[in-house]
Design a protein around this ligand. Structure first.
Ligand code: SF4
Ligand code: SF4
Length: 362
């Protein structure tokens, strides 16, 4: 099947580089881009009139799941039958097809895909960073019930035709001894989703072979946040992932040393407002919230006897679905007024975390 790369920009160029470097068998017809004409990377920029939408695979090359969902809808309007999403990673598949080696197939994402969502499979963490937007340092060292968390995915799934991008995270997800079951079950429920585990990486050198095999077999990506303790063992972590040919990305040490204290107790803070979790829709114990800070601020309130607003957390069973839910999840919530830009150096909380690890007074 011939294919076109949708997006003659930065990631379009990377897709083209992957395609040419590995000499895949698929035939690249050209790029497609609403804002450009002529050529890109020496390949023609084509228009809808130049391709047969029933027989051509259109590969979305942008990486942001929200933009991917928008483009997907546009492609549906043009009745494109074969839709793929290029994922810019170190895939190690041996197929000679670019589409099956480097892309996720989205042809069946349906009428209303959810761009991005996440679940905790462990609420607590082995790093306890100050300013953690999931408030993991104040959660008990308990493992959640498997059925409850999987049920959250099932409830979410009923609300949308599919989920484009899904993260298994925490806390530290690899603290959960049931991680293999989670991976298998999540993949079964979300067969056409970009699925990733977000981890601080510290447990990777000690994981059993079974976990790596399961990650590999289920086409799960490992996304590593490289904090200072991670940095000290980054070579061991890389070696392990390379040994099992697992695709991974690293959110670099440099970026992870600057941290943010996410909240102010005041809604008129002296710090500028910022949203650092926009679009990270979180589901937890039958609820859905537009970001983890909102979902877990209830824990912050409980532990530190504070009263930050929790409006906007919805019951997954009763809330609307599809477009209506997507719209609700983009609306401002009262907590947004408390979200601030207050840069701090990365550090662990002390033995007993205090509210000042997460919030400023003014
Ligand atoms: S590693 Fe991540 S989840 Fe764990 S405490 Fe730090 S920021 Fe939170
Ligand atoms: S509460 Fe609002 S501003 Fe704060 S992280 Fe969530 S969505 Fe962003």
């Amino acid at each position: 099947m011939g294919m076109v790369f949708y997006g003659a920009g930065y990631f379009g160029k990377i897709a083209w580089e992957h395609y040419t470097k590995k000499k895949y068998a698929d035939r690249l017809i050209g790029f497609m881009d609403g804002k450009k004409t002529g050529q890109y990377c020496g390949v023609p920029i084509v228009s809808w009139n130049d391709i047969d939408v029933a027989k051509t695979a259109v590969v979305i090359t942008v990486q942001n799941p929200y933009v991917v969902s928008q483009i997907y809808r546009e492609l549906q309007n043009y009745k494109v039958q074969h839709i793929f999403w290029f994922i810019n990673l170190n895939w190690t598949e041996t197929s000679n097809s670019f589409l099956s080696s480097e892309c996720i197939e989205g042809s069946n994402w349906g009428a209303c895909p959810m761009p991005q969502a996440e679940i905790h499979v462990a609420d607590y963490c082995n790093l306890n960073c100050r300013g953690c937007t999931h408030f993991s340092p104040i959660f008990e060292r308990e493992i959640p019930e498997f059925d409850v968390r999987i049920n959250d995915i099932m409830l979410l799934k009923k609300k949308f035709s599919s989920i484009v991008h899904f993260s298994i995270l925490g806390g530290e997800p690899l603290l959960n001894p049931d991680i293999i079951r989670y991976i298998k079950e999540t993949r079964k429920l979300l067969p056409n989703t970009y699925l990733q585990i977000v981890t601080n990486g510290l447990l990777i050198p000690r994981l059993s072979e079974d976990v790596f095999v399961c990650i590999k077999e289920n086409r799960v990506v490992v996304s590593i946040s490289e904090y200072e303790p991670t940095h000290r063992q980054i070579e061991q972590i890389r070696d392990k992932l390379n040994q099992y040919q697992i695709p991974y990305c690293i959110r670099s040490y440099d970026s992870k040393q600057k941290f943010n204290k996410p909240l102010s107790l005041s809604e008129e803070s002296k710090y500028p407002n910022i949203c650092i979790s926009n679009g990270c829709v979180n589901v937890w114990n039958g609820k859905i919230a537009r970001c983890p800070t909102l979902m877990y601020v209830q824990k912050f309130n409980k532990v530190f006897a504070k009263n930050l607003p929790t409006e906007g957390i919805l019951d997954l069973r009763d809330c609307p679905s599809g477009e209506e839910l997507l719209e609700i999840l983009q609306q401002q919530v009262p907590l947004c007024k408390h979200c601030i830009l207050c840069e701090i150096e990365w550090k662990s909380c002390g033995a007993i975390p205090t509210w000042k690890d997460f919030a400023e007074k003014d």
